[in-house]
Design a protein around this ligand. Structure first.
Ligand SMILES: *Cc1c(COP(=O)(O)O)cnc(C)c1O
Length: 221
Protein backbone atom coordinates (compact mmCIF):
# COMPACT_ATOMS: atom_id res chain seq x y z
CA UNK A 1 0.00 0.00 0.00
CA UNK A 2 1.31 3.49 -0.65
CA UNK A 3 2.25 5.80 2.17
CA UNK A 4 -0.60 8.26 1.69
CA UNK A 5 -3.23 5.54 1.76
CA UNK A 6 -1.68 3.75 4.71
CA UNK A 7 -1.48 6.99 6.70
CA UNK A 8 -5.05 7.97 5.94
CA UNK A 9 -6.35 4.53 6.80
CA UNK A 10 -4.91 4.75 10.31
CA UNK A 11 -5.93 8.36 10.82
CA UNK A 12 -9.49 7.34 10.02
CA UNK A 13 -9.44 4.71 12.74
CA UNK A 14 -8.25 7.10 15.44
CA UNK A 15 -10.56 9.30 17.47
CA UNK A 16 -9.73 13.01 17.01
CA UNK A 17 -8.38 13.34 20.54
CA UNK A 18 -5.82 10.54 20.16
CA UNK A 19 -2.41 11.65 18.96
CA UNK A 20 -0.68 9.63 16.29
CA UNK A 21 3.10 9.52 16.60
CA UNK A 22 4.41 8.35 13.23
CA UNK A 23 7.45 6.23 14.04
CA UNK A 24 9.97 6.94 11.29
CA UNK A 25 13.03 5.07 12.60
CA UNK A 26 15.19 3.61 9.79
CA UNK A 27 13.02 5.41 7.22
CA UNK A 28 14.27 8.12 4.90
CA UNK A 29 13.84 11.86 5.15
CA UNK A 30 11.96 11.72 1.88
CA UNK A 31 9.42 9.26 3.33
CA UNK A 32 8.96 11.52 6.34
CA UNK A 33 8.38 14.47 4.02
CA UNK A 34 5.56 12.60 2.29
CA UNK A 35 3.71 12.19 5.57
CA UNK A 36 4.61 15.75 6.59
CA UNK A 37 3.03 16.99 3.37
CA UNK A 38 -0.24 15.36 4.38
CA UNK A 39 -0.24 17.73 7.34
CA UNK A 40 1.30 15.40 9.91
CA UNK A 41 3.66 16.94 12.46
CA UNK A 42 4.41 14.31 15.13
CA UNK A 43 7.23 11.89 14.39
CA UNK A 44 9.01 9.41 16.65
CA UNK A 45 12.57 8.12 16.59
CA UNK A 46 14.41 5.75 18.91
CA UNK A 47 18.06 6.69 18.35
CA UNK A 48 19.60 10.03 19.19
CA UNK A 49 21.99 10.17 16.26
CA UNK A 50 19.34 9.36 13.70
CA UNK A 51 16.89 11.76 15.30
CA UNK A 52 19.45 14.55 15.25
CA UNK A 53 20.39 14.19 11.63
CA UNK A 54 16.74 14.03 10.52
CA UNK A 55 15.83 17.01 12.67
CA UNK A 56 18.48 19.09 10.90
CA UNK A 57 17.20 18.21 7.46
CA UNK A 58 13.47 18.54 8.04
CA UNK A 59 11.13 21.48 8.74
CA UNK A 60 11.32 23.18 12.12
CA UNK A 61 7.67 22.77 12.97
CA UNK A 62 7.91 19.00 13.39
CA UNK A 63 7.23 17.77 16.92
CA UNK A 64 9.94 15.19 17.54
CA UNK A 65 9.22 12.35 19.97
CA UNK A 66 12.07 10.39 21.50
CA UNK A 67 10.68 6.90 22.06
CA UNK A 68 13.81 4.77 22.55
CA UNK A 69 16.10 4.07 25.46
CA UNK A 70 18.03 7.23 26.22
CA UNK A 71 21.63 7.28 27.40
CA UNK A 72 22.42 10.06 29.81
CA UNK A 73 25.38 11.33 27.81
CA UNK A 74 23.19 11.85 24.73
CA UNK A 75 20.44 13.95 26.27
CA UNK A 76 22.29 17.17 25.43
CA UNK A 77 21.95 16.60 21.69
CA UNK A 78 18.16 16.50 21.66
CA UNK A 79 17.46 18.90 24.54
CA UNK A 80 17.28 22.02 22.31
CA UNK A 81 14.31 20.82 20.30
CA UNK A 82 12.75 17.54 21.46
CA UNK A 83 9.00 17.81 21.97
CA UNK A 84 8.33 14.79 24.19
CA UNK A 85 10.55 12.11 25.68
CA UNK A 86 8.49 8.90 26.09
CA UNK A 87 11.22 6.78 27.56
CA UNK A 88 12.22 8.12 30.98
CA UNK A 89 13.11 4.96 32.87
CA UNK A 90 15.32 6.20 35.70
CA UNK A 91 15.87 9.21 37.92
CA UNK A 92 19.37 9.75 36.60
CA UNK A 93 18.23 10.38 33.05
CA UNK A 94 15.44 12.68 34.23
CA UNK A 95 18.01 14.67 36.18
CA UNK A 96 20.10 15.09 33.06
CA UNK A 97 17.04 16.09 30.98
CA UNK A 98 16.24 18.73 33.60
CA UNK A 99 19.79 20.06 33.52
CA UNK A 100 19.95 20.28 29.74
CA UNK A 101 16.46 21.75 29.48
CA UNK A 102 17.53 24.49 31.86
CA UNK A 103 20.65 25.23 29.81
CA UNK A 104 18.39 25.62 26.80
CA UNK A 105 15.97 27.84 28.67
CA UNK A 106 13.05 25.49 28.21
CA UNK A 107 10.90 22.88 29.86
CA UNK A 108 10.89 19.39 28.42
CA UNK A 109 7.78 17.23 28.60
CA UNK A 110 8.39 13.61 29.58
CA UNK A 111 6.59 10.33 30.08
CA UNK A 112 7.67 7.67 32.53
CA UNK A 113 8.20 4.38 30.75
CA UNK A 114 6.54 1.56 32.68
CA UNK A 115 7.56 -2.05 32.22
CA UNK A 116 4.36 -3.98 31.51
CA UNK A 117 5.57 -6.74 29.18
CA UNK A 118 6.70 -10.22 30.10
CA UNK A 119 9.92 -9.87 28.15
CA UNK A 120 12.96 -9.13 30.25
CA UNK A 121 14.49 -6.96 27.58
CA UNK A 122 12.02 -4.12 27.53
CA UNK A 123 13.07 -1.12 29.57
CA UNK A 124 10.93 0.59 32.12
CA UNK A 125 10.06 1.20 35.73
CA UNK A 126 7.72 -0.94 37.77
CA UNK A 127 5.01 0.66 39.91
CA UNK A 128 7.15 0.84 43.03
CA UNK A 129 10.08 2.38 41.17
CA UNK A 130 7.89 5.04 39.64
CA UNK A 131 6.55 5.87 43.11
CA UNK A 132 10.11 6.18 44.40
CA UNK A 133 11.04 8.48 41.56
CA UNK A 134 8.02 10.72 42.09
CA UNK A 135 8.63 10.88 45.83
CA UNK A 136 12.33 11.61 45.58
CA UNK A 137 13.62 14.98 46.76
CA UNK A 138 15.67 15.25 43.59
CA UNK A 139 12.61 15.01 41.38
CA UNK A 140 10.65 17.49 43.47
CA UNK A 141 13.36 20.08 42.92
CA UNK A 142 13.37 19.78 39.15
CA UNK A 143 11.92 22.85 37.47
CA UNK A 144 12.61 22.23 33.80
CA UNK A 145 10.89 18.89 33.26
CA UNK A 146 7.20 18.08 33.30
CA UNK A 147 5.96 14.53 33.61
CA UNK A 148 2.77 14.49 31.59
CA UNK A 149 1.97 10.77 31.62
CA UNK A 150 3.14 7.23 31.04
CA UNK A 151 4.38 5.06 28.19
CA UNK A 152 4.42 1.29 27.90
CA UNK A 153 4.97 -1.52 25.43
CA UNK A 154 3.03 -4.75 25.53
CA UNK A 155 4.62 -8.13 24.97
CA UNK A 156 5.16 -9.02 21.31
CA UNK A 157 2.62 -11.82 21.10
CA UNK A 158 -0.43 -13.01 19.20
CA UNK A 159 -2.14 -13.57 22.53
CA UNK A 160 -4.71 -10.77 22.59
CA UNK A 161 -5.77 -11.56 26.13
CA UNK A 162 -2.27 -11.02 27.38
CA UNK A 163 -1.92 -7.71 25.52
CA UNK A 164 -5.22 -6.56 27.00
CA UNK A 165 -4.08 -7.54 30.48
CA UNK A 166 -0.87 -5.56 30.08
CA UNK A 167 -2.58 -2.42 28.76
CA UNK A 168 -5.17 -2.67 31.52
CA UNK A 169 -2.34 -2.86 34.03
CA UNK A 170 -0.72 0.26 32.59
CA UNK A 171 -4.04 2.10 32.72
CA UNK A 172 -4.43 1.17 36.38
CA UNK A 173 -0.94 2.38 37.21
CA UNK A 174 -1.71 5.60 35.37
CA UNK A 175 -4.88 6.19 37.38
CA UNK A 176 -3.21 5.35 40.64
CA UNK A 177 -0.21 7.67 40.08
CA UNK A 178 -2.53 10.43 38.90
CA UNK A 179 -4.59 10.20 42.10
CA UNK A 180 -1.53 10.07 44.32
CA UNK A 181 0.77 12.65 42.79
CA UNK A 182 -1.02 14.78 40.23
CA UNK A 183 -4.37 15.68 41.76
CA UNK A 184 -3.78 19.42 41.54
CA UNK A 185 -2.23 19.29 38.11
CA UNK A 186 -4.00 19.12 34.77
CA UNK A 187 -0.76 18.02 33.13
CA UNK A 188 -0.67 14.32 33.84
CA UNK A 189 -3.01 13.06 31.12
CA UNK A 190 -1.11 11.17 28.46
CA UNK A 191 -1.05 7.42 28.03
CA UNK A 192 1.30 6.43 25.21
CA UNK A 193 0.54 2.83 24.32
CA UNK A 194 -0.07 0.83 21.19
CA UNK A 195 2.06 0.14 18.10
CA UNK A 196 1.22 -1.20 14.63
CA UNK A 197 0.20 -4.62 15.89
CA UNK A 198 -1.79 -3.58 18.94
CA UNK A 199 -2.86 0.07 18.68
CA UNK A 200 -6.52 -0.84 18.22
CA UNK A 201 -6.45 -2.76 21.49
CA UNK A 202 -4.62 0.12 23.17
CA UNK A 203 -7.42 2.49 22.16
CA UNK A 204 -9.91 0.32 24.08
CA UNK A 205 -7.79 0.76 27.19
CA UNK A 206 -7.54 4.52 27.08
CA UNK A 207 -4.46 5.30 24.99
CA UNK A 208 -4.18 9.03 24.27
CA UNK A 209 -1.14 8.54 22.01
CA UNK A 210 -0.27 5.64 19.74
CA UNK A 211 3.17 5.08 18.22
CA UNK A 212 2.77 3.55 14.78
CA UNK A 213 5.67 2.81 12.42
CA UNK A 214 5.47 -0.10 10.02
CA UNK A 215 1.76 0.24 9.27
CA UNK A 216 2.46 3.71 7.87
CA UNK A 217 5.96 3.44 6.41
CA UNK A 218 6.06 -0.27 5.59
CA UNK A 219 8.16 -3.02 7.15
CA UNK A 220 11.63 -2.19 8.40
CA UNK A 221 14.67 -4.13 7.18
C1 LIG B 1 9.60 0.89 16.74
C2 LIG B 1 8.75 1.36 17.85
C3 LIG B 1 7.36 1.58 17.68
C4 LIG B 1 6.63 1.35 16.38
O1 LIG B 1 6.66 0.00 15.99
P1 LIG B 1 5.76 -0.56 14.79
O2 LIG B 1 5.51 -1.96 15.16
O3 LIG B 1 6.57 -0.40 13.56
O4 LIG B 1 4.52 0.25 14.74
C5 LIG B 1 6.64 2.04 18.77
N1 LIG B 1 7.22 2.27 19.96
C6 LIG B 1 8.53 2.07 20.17
C7 LIG B 1 9.10 2.35 21.51
C8 LIG B 1 9.33 1.61 19.12
O5 LIG B 1 10.64 1.41 19.35
Amino acid sequence: MDLNKAYKKIKNKLPDDVKLVAVSKTKTVSDIRKVYNLGHRDFGENKVQELNSKQKELPEDINWHMIGHLQTNKVKYIAPYVSLIHSVDRLKVLKEINKRAKQNNRTINCLLQIHIAEEETKFGLNYQESVELLESEQYKKMQNVKIIGLMGMATFTENTKQIKREFENLRKIFISLKEKYFTDSQLFKELSMGMSADYEIALQYGATMVRVGSLIFGKRE
